[in-house]
Design a protein around this ligand. Structure first.
Ligand code: UN1
Length: 475
């Protein structure tokens, strides 16, 4: 069977295919997918444009029902979909099931959001005149999704788009088409009229320009270079754009930190999911008093992480998702070595009897803020330690980056935590928690080069997926 592209409610095949490979064992072909070209992307945009004519006036009940049905099916199938996710992306089975659960909850949340009141009514400054502020759909939205959250990210873009009456053309990541296909199938059977959701497995270089041209808004999550290009092209054409890009997320560990909290939260956000999170902790900024003890404990814990086939029992970290990402991790570690840093754990490939992209959780010590390892995003299981004198220096180093997505502090001092929350230049700040692993009902997004446009998720999603109308009535 070849998995097709969803265009106008039909599964469309093109003759050209690509394979979905398991990064734990590249001999394992998970599925064969039909590659969309220019004609299919254009057809998908046309179908979405046509469907918008009626879907924009659909009732909240219709939208609720579709999203609620989809959420229910996703939650019912979480073990099966979680296994698919783990097999195609490489995160562990538990992480895969967790992500599918999150996707199910996102659909349930936005089902409710379709019913909630989003407008306002005011008296005009003129007598007898009423002002209504309503929110209308933006139109056809283009969703460009990354491979690292193959179900949650498409979910948190599709669900609000549909909840607010938009129609959609989604371009999933080429590396992880499996979950995107399942999501398309689930929504297609959940009661969506044809053309409201279209999913095309096209190359970014093909789909990107067509989506920017043909849609009314683009929601992008991915790398900084691609996101910046998409943003600039969209802005030049006057299109609404939101882009979630990279991070070089700092976490500060102060002398008064609870050592267990520090080790466990950094273990989680630096190494779990193989570091494939834009919210991953990558710069660990530690004050001198606790540095030696903390670094020794963290290195011990990093070495003890059980790496292996993503779906095997007891595995805590799966492979890296692709050869390209593996090369980026190797290269970043090589540069750190060249720059004089010290590798405390990992820094090498691992083998487990299958051809997979296995790399050891890598902790690098004796780094300085200006080293390349502290500037460039690795997007792999690699974190570096920067030692500092005090909170003041820690905050300065934490903010000394072009990025500003997530930032954390581990401390038992209320005063230090409050100071950090106020002065951090990140969009999301975490106290005594991992920098990754965010809730679905609150805004997600960063500052500086990490993000552009309005926030995703929670009630803030409506800022992107609706457009405001101000209506005056004199009766
Ligand atoms: C999380 O930390 O749970 O691509 C979510 C990413 C982010 C999502 C992170 N947009 O990694």
């Amino acid at each position: 069977m070849v998995y097709g592209n969803l265009i106008n409610g039909e599964w469309v095949e093109t003759g050209e295919t690509f394979n979905n490979l398991n990064p734990s064992d590249t001999n394992d072909i998970i599925g064969v997918y039909s590659k969309a070209g220019e004609a299919e992307v254009k057809a998908a945009i046309a179908a979405a444009r046509e469907a918008l004519k009626t879907w924009q006036y659909s009732t909240p009940q219709q939208r609720f029902d579709v999203l609620d049905n989809a959420g229910t099916e996703i939650l019912n199938r979480k073990a099966e979909l979680g296994a698919l996710l783990s097999r195609e992306e490489g995160k562990t089975l538990a992480e895969g099931i967790g992500e599918v659960t999150r996707a199910g909850h996102i659909f349930k949340y936005f089902a409710g959001e379709a019913l909630r009141a989003h407008g306002e009514v005011l008296d005009s400054v003129r007598p007898g005149v009423k002002v209504e502020i309503t929110r209308e759909p933006v139109g056809v939205v283009g969703l460009i999704c990354p491979w690292n959250f193959p179900i949650a990210i498409p979910a948190w873009k599709m669900a609000p788009a549909i909840a607010f009456g938009n129609t959609v053309v989604c371009k999933p990541a080429e590396l992880t088409p499996g979950c995107a296909w399942e999501l398309a199938d689930i929504l297609n059977r959940a009661g969506l009229p044809k053309g409201v959701l279209n999913v095309v497995f096209a190359r970014g270089s093909v789909a990107g320009p067509l989506l920017i041209d043909g849609t009314d808004a683009i929601s992008f999550t991915g790398s900084v270079p691609t996101g910046t290009r998409v943003r600039d092209q969209a802005v030049a054409k006057g299109k609404r754009i939101q882009a979630e890009m990279g991070g070089k997320n700092p976490v500060i560990v102060l002398d008064d930190a609870d050592l267990n909290v520090a080790v466990n939260s950094i273990l989680n956000s630096a190494f779990f999911s193989s570091g494939h999170r834009c919210t991953a902790s990558s710069r660990i900024i530690v004050t001198e008093g606790i540095a030696d003890q903390f670094v020794a404990e963290l290195a011990k814990a990093a070495k003890a992480i059980k790496v292996g086939d993503s779906r095997a029992d007891g595995v805590q970290m799966g492979p890296i998702a692709s050869q390209e990402q593996l090369d980026i991790a190797r290269d970043a570690v090589a540069k750190a070595r060249e720059d004089g840093a010290e590798i405390l754990s990992g820094g090498e490939d691992l083998t487990f009897g299958t051809p997979g992209y296995y790399y050891a959780p890598t902790l690098i010590d004796k780094t300085t803020p200006d080293m390349r390892i502290n500037k460039d995003e690795v997007f792999g299981p690699v974190a570096s330690v920067i030692r500092v004198k005090d909170l003041e220096e820690a905050i300065k180093v934490a903010n000394d980056t072009e990025f500003g997505l997530s930032a954390g502090i581990i401390t038992t001092s209320l005063k230090s935590a409050e100071t950090f929350k106020r002065r951090s230049e990140a969009g999301m700040v975490m106290v005594n928690l991992p920098t990754a692993g965010v809730d679905y009902h609150v805004p997600f997004g960063g500052r500086k080069a990490s993000s552009y446009g309005s926030r995703e998720q929670g009630a803030y999603a409506k800022e992107f997926y609706t457009i405001v109308k101000t209506a005056y009535t004199s009766a």
